[in-house]
Design a protein around this ligand. Structure first.
Ligand SMILES: Cc1cc2nc3c(=O)[nH]c(=O)nc-3n(C[C@H](O)[C@H](O)[C@H](O)COP(=O)(O)O)c2cc1C
Length: 226
C-alpha cells in the first residue's frame, strides 16, 4: 500500500527534531521560552508513561538566579547551562518511602487519581507489591527502589526534550552534579521534601552557536533481530 505523503512529512518532521536536538551547553540568556511553549514542554512530561501509572516524579523549575548560583559549585556538568538557560528543571524521583504498595502516594494514586474501586485497588496493590518484592527484587535495597523510580523519570526527561526540539527549543540533560549537595540546597530552599531524591536535571533555552555534527554508531551496531 502506498504511504500517504502526510505520514512521510510527519516522519520527516520528527527526525528533523531529533537531528536538531543536541546537548546545548550554552544558551542565549536574552532569549526566553514563551509561557505557552514551556507549559507545552512540561505537559509532555506530565503525560509520560510510568510503571503501573504511579508517576514517581516531580519537576522543580528553578528560575531564581540566586538558587542557580548556589547550585553552580556542586553541578560541574551544568556550568554554562545554569546561568544561561531560559528554564532550568530538576527532576525529582520518589524514594522507597513513597513507592511501597502501602505508602500514602501509591494509595493516593490508585484511589484518587486512577479512581479504582476498592477491590481493584487491593488487587493492583498486591500485584505491585509482588512485582517490587519478587519480580524485580527491589525492596531490600533503598537505592535500587529510588533508581527504579528515576528510570521512569528519564522517560519524562526524554519526552520533554523531544517535544522541545519539535518546537525549536534547545535543551541539555545533565547528571553532572553532586546528588547529596544538590539535595541539601533544594531542601533548604523548601522544594525537596522527604520521600524524594534528585534524579537528573534539564536546561531549556535557545542555542548561542551551532553544534558539532552528531556522532552515533550505525543502526546495525545497536540492533539485533531474532
Ligand atoms: C543522562 C545524561 C546525562 C548527561 N549529563 C550531562 C551533563 O552533566 N552535562 C552536559 O553538558 N551534558 C550531559 N549530557 C549530554 C551528553 O553528553 C550528550 O547527550 C551526548 O554526548 C550526545 O550528544 P548530543 O545529545 O548532542 O547528540 C548528558 C546526557 C544524558 C543522556
Amino acid at each position: 500500500m502506498m504511504e500517504t505523503t502526510e505520514k512521510q512529512t510527519v516522519r520527516e518532521q520528527i527526525l528533523n527534531a531529533f537531528a536538531f536536538r543536541h546537548a546545548t551547553k550554552e544558551f542565549d540568556p536574552a532569549k526566553k521560552i514563551s509561557e505557552a511553549d514551556f507549559s507545552f514542554i512540561l505537559e509532555t512530561g506530565r503525560l509520560s508513561p510510568s510503571s503501573f501509572g504511579f508517576e514517581p516524579w516531580k519537576f522543580v523549575v528553578v528560575q531564581s538566579q540566586d538558587v542557580r548560583q548556589k547550585l553552580l559549585p556542586v553541578a560541574w556538568g551544568a556550568q554554562k547551562q545554569l546561568p544561561t538557560a531560559s528554564h532550568f528543571v530538576i527532576l525529582l524521583s520518589r524514594t522507597k518511602e513513597g513507592l511501597t504498595a502501602d505508602s500514602a502516594h501509591i494509595q493516593h494514586m490508585m484511589r484518587d487519581i486512577q479512581q479504582l474501586p476498592e477491590e481493584n485497588a487491593k488487587g493492583k496493590g498486591n500485584t505491585y507489591h509482588h512485582f517490587l518484592a519478587d519480580d524485580f527484587k527491589l525492596l531490600d535495597n533503598d537505592r535500587a527502589v529510588f533508581e527504579w523510580g528515576a528510570r521512569q523519570t528519564y522517560i519524562a526527561l526524554g519526552n520533554m526534550m523531544t517535544a522541545a526540539a519539535q518546537i525549536g527549543v534547545d535543551s541539555c540533560p545533565m547528571e553532572g552534579f553532586d546528588k547529596d549537595a544538590v539535595e541539601k540546597i533544594l531542601r533548604e530552599e523548601g522544594v525537596l521534601q522527604g520521600g524524594f531524591g534528585v534524579a537528573c536535571m534539564v536546561a531549556f533555552g535557545y542555542r548561542v552557536r551551532e553544534p558539532r555534527a552528531k556522532t552515533r554508531q550505525p543502526i546495525e551496531a545497536v540492533t539485533s533481530w531474532v
